[in-house]
Design a protein. Structure first.
Length: 114
């Protein structure tokens, strides 16, 4: 009985730590028990700067998941974030994540630009 409980615990631990967007977000830490962080989006690791590249506006679009990803709702697309902020010229894109033991998770795309 004890061996079966240990096997189930090991399978649960591996499943919970190997799912989600951890590999997608690159070298930035993602919390297993709790996560609330903002990271540069992988397509935009280098901040684009120069004349006329100020962040006058910001738009955010989120997607929420429940019960270890069994249910997920929302639109966290770049297009939705641009629309929310009234942005046509994108300067930077960030990803904001929030998770409590995988039971409740949220991922947001944050766009800065004009």
């Amino acid at each position: 009985m004890r061996a079966m409980i240990l096997k189930c615990a090991a399978i649960a631990a591996v499943t919970m730590t190997s799912t989600g967007c951890t590999a997608f977000l690159g070298p930035y830490p993602t919390g297993f028990i709790f996560d609330s962080s903002i990271k540069p989006h992988p397509i935009d690791q280098a901040y684009i700067s120069g004349p006329g590249k100020t962040d006058d506006k910001m738009g955010e679009a989120c997607s929420t998941g429940f019960v270890f990803g069994a249910v997920s709702i929302g639109d966290a697309s770049l297009a939705a974030a641009k629309k929310a902020g009234g942005i046509t010229d994108v300067h930077t894109v960030d990803v904001k994540t929030f998770s409590i033991i995988g039971v409740y998770t949220q991922g947001c795309t944050i766009v800065h630009g004009k």
